[in-house]
Write a protein of this length. Structure first.
Length: 205
């Protein structure tokens, strides 16, 4: 699959979410929305009413990452407008036990930091797991997206691309820059170059 960039509004100005979404609308693929309830993870961000309001203004598809208790209760409402299914795995959680679920999902998200707060440095320990996940998911034409979230920046994105990611969540690297749109374009260019030379892509040629 082609490289996808999903800016995370966790690093955006919450008082200007519509404007922040518009700032990357022409260059990004999705808009990543971290929903945290201060129970499942130690942070409180935003909930369903804000997501519903954002849907009215954002032109990009929303990539909602639910870090909440009782997902069976709340997830259907987030999916009511039409959604694909993803599975998120924390840094210390192995992917192999979930191999049988891969045909049931559209995206596998590997957290590359401990979930809860933006701006954290990525954890090197996830790179080998990402390579194993790519082997499980399949090559470039796989039906499942492989997403990484946490510490994605100009300094790290090429390593994630080389290891097998094709969807990249970037928060601080986008919304912490003076020009969010240009930051997205730069990240995409780096990821595309790294992907083109990645071992997991070359093996298919």
């Amino acid at each position: 699959m082609a490289v996808q960039i999903s800016p995370s509004i966790l690093s955006a100005d919450f008082a200007r979410l519509a404007d922040e979404a518009a700032a990357v609308a022409a260059v990004a693929d999705w808009l990543h929305v971290d929903v945290m309830d201060n129970h499942f993870v130690p942070n409180l961000t935003l909930g369903l009413p804000v997501v519903q309001a954002l849907l009215k203004h954002a032109t990009l598809p929303l990539d909602c990452h639910l870090m909440i208790e009782e997902p069976d209760r709340w997830a259907p409402e987030y999916a009511a407008a039409g959604a694909r299914a993803g599975l998120a795995v924390n840094p210390g959680t192995a992917v192999e036990p979930y191999q049988d679920l891969l045909p049931e999902i559209d995206m596998l998200l590997l957290m590359t930091v401990e979930p809860g707060f933006g701006g954290q440095p990525f954890l090197d320990m996830v790179l080998p797991k990402l390579r194993r996940a790519r082997a499980l998911v399949g090559g470039r034409d796989a039906a499942v997206w492989l997403q990484v979230d946490g510490g994605v920046s100009e300094e790290t994105i090429e390593r994630w691309a080389q290891a097998g990611a094709d969807v990249f969540v970037a928060g601080s690297a986008v919304y912490g820059s003076e020009d969010p749109a240009r930051a997205v374009q730069a990240l995409r260019a780096q990821a595309e170059r790294a992907t083109a030379h990645a071992a997991w892509v070359r093996q298919e040629r």
